[in-house]
Design a binder for this molecule. Sequence first.
Ligand code: NAP
Length: 288
Amino acid sequence: MTTILDGKSLSKRVIEEVALDVITYLEKGLRAPSLAVVMVGEDPASAVYVRNKIRACKNAKIDSHEYRLPAKSKEKELLDVIKFLNNDSDIDAILLQLPLPKHIKEANILREISPEKDVDGFHPLNTGNLFLGRDSIQPCTPRGIMMLFEAYDIPISGRNAVVIGRSNIVGKPVAHLLLQKDATVTICHSKTEGLKSIVKNADIVVSAVGKANFVKGSWIKEGATVIDVGMNEYDGGFVGDVDFEEASENAEFITPVPGGVGPMTIASLMLNTLSCYKRNLKNIKKQK
Ligand code: NAP
């Protein structure tokens, strides 16, 4: 029997738990955690993501602050906003909504976000710590995926895991998190040869490609776990990378799109913001 991994319900539960945790701080007379969301330009998909994140903040009792810059903003203008937020002790976490307009180099900005406020875990220091297996802020989507494995008690140790996609925000970090849980991990990308047969051998498939119905159901091994990260506009809605109907016939566990990884990304964002807040409170206390 196939189990559909219900990211929507799990995310709701996680966000409720974050809210309960925040309430304990509010009851002590402390301020709420605060997340600054910085967006450059008017990309419609990004606008929807930002709206969803801000809605989740309300449910988690986290204060959100939106900073919107015009698409033509210079790199320096964006850096000034980041520096301002880094220095504001009332801001615990900074989220830079990606992608940025092409004339701004993402890496130049990401490395300027204070590592302690880097709620997405994209700063080189956090990336390095993650890859070294040290305590770090984990990127939200990979963290959310790992929460699904845990919540559904899906075994990872010793399993063959295939990650399709090697982006810095999904593919590479999720591969490292699976490796830390003792999976044998293969990372595939656009130059990989024989993808179909590699996937056919996988106990765990994580697809982060960004192409609708790219992974065919017939590629999925009987009893495999399929995590579909893809969010692809299709026929007026969204579909994942995996042919869900066909893949469900073989998979033991599978995420739907929407309602799988997406909500878990948001739940992780709330957890990461809460961690940044707790660390910031400790730092402020030390300085007094
Ligand atoms: P990305 O940076 O565009 O990376 C896509 C990856 O797919 C690249 O590594 C690319 O290989 C690989 N790829 C492309 N064509 C391929 C092929 N024919 N065979 C094998 N690999 C191929 O994308 P991303 O940012 O990781 O996002 C991936 C998808 O996840 C997108 O649909 C995005 O919208 C979605 N996403 C969803 C969430 C969520 O919360 N649900 C969060 C983040 C992203 P090369 O490196 O060789 O080019």
